[in-house]
Design a protein around this ligand. Sequence first.
Ligand code: 5GP
Length: 114
Amino acid sequence: MMDTIFGKIARGEIPADIVYEDEDVVAFRDLHPQAPIHILVIPRKPIRTLNDLEAADAELVGRLFLAARKVAEREGIAAAGYRTVINCNAAAGQTVFHLHLHLLGGRPLRWPPG
Ligand code: 5GP
């Protein structure tokens, strides 16, 4: 697949405010936060979209969510509540084609979103 800015962040080639990383997952603050806490959790593996997930990625997806949970706890928003969002393709607003989970919190979040 085409390289993306998130691939470069995952490989440490461009800077980001990284809040968590392990062998499979990297989490960093969004450049244009939509909430007081807005963190992107990505797999190091470059998967374009949710549509491109394969059965073999099942454990990796679990790791993404476990990382999100850990970051939410560290950021102090676990008890109050937070939202996780994965945008898939253009109609959902996906702009970076490297799978990523948005972790949003730190203020009351409206539902449904726009
Ligand atoms: P999407 O719209 O694809 O679901 O979300 C992409 C997100 O990546 C947006 O919220 C945008 O602000 C964020 N973003 C885009 N480029 C960069 C970057 O270079 N660094 C960081 N930290 N976030 C970025």
